[in-house]
Design a protein around this ligand. Structure first.
Ligand code: OFO
Length: 176
């Protein structure tokens, strides 16, 4: 029985472990963005909340893609334990600073996975990961542009309200 299982496996154990770590990162992104969405909604930043609720769903989809890839290749995708999610923020800007920091960390993780795949000549997984490489490029850009709004518009007067409205446009762009 064991041999039959091994014959089905096209992933190295080490690659499987790294992909499972990436699952954990995507799950953490989803949980973090859900928490941020809730904070924004509670504070009345409704466009930012909408953007983040949806972003949380997208991160879950990123996680599920990895689940299916690992299992289809004969590995075992594991539901990660996720704790330590931040629930409180001092400002709306802090939310978007955290998002950028988070996305940069995810990009580094994807890049090191890609490096690993090249090193072990796993070209199928390398190819699969290219979708994540491009997705990270887009997500970092959106996070940077969101932060720029705070500098361009400023937070005085109706500044914060305007920034929140602008998040709806960024949201549309990220979908388009
Ligand atoms: Fe999964 O793209 Fe952001 O973290």
């Amino acid at each position: 029985m064991k041999e039959v299982v091994n014959k089905k496996r096209s992933l190295l154990k080490e690659t499987e472990e790294l992909l499972n770590k990436q699952i954990e990162m995507e799950g953490r992104s989803s949980a973090a963005y859900l928490s941020m969405a809730s904070w924004c909604e509670m504070r009345g930043y409704l466009k930012s909340a909408e953007f983040l609720y949806e972003h949380s769903e997208e991160e879950r989809m990123h996680m599920l893609k990895l689940f299916h890839y690992i299992n289809d290749a004969g590995g075992h995708a594991r539901q990660p334990e996720i704790s330590g999610i931040k629930h409180d923020f001092d400002t709306l800007k802090e939310v978007f600073e955290d998002i950028l920091g988070h996305e940069i960390a995810v990009t580094r993780s994807i890049n090191s996975l890609v490096d690993h795949c090249l090193g072990v000549k796993d070209y199928a997984t390398f190819n699969f990961l290219q979708w994540y490489v491009m997705e990270q490029r887009e997500e970092e850009t959106i996070a940077r542009r969101a932060l720029e709004l705070f500098d361009i518009i400023g937070i005085d007067g109706i500044g914060l309200w305007t920034i929140d409205q602008e998040m709806a446009k960024l949201h549309q762009e990220s979908e388009g």
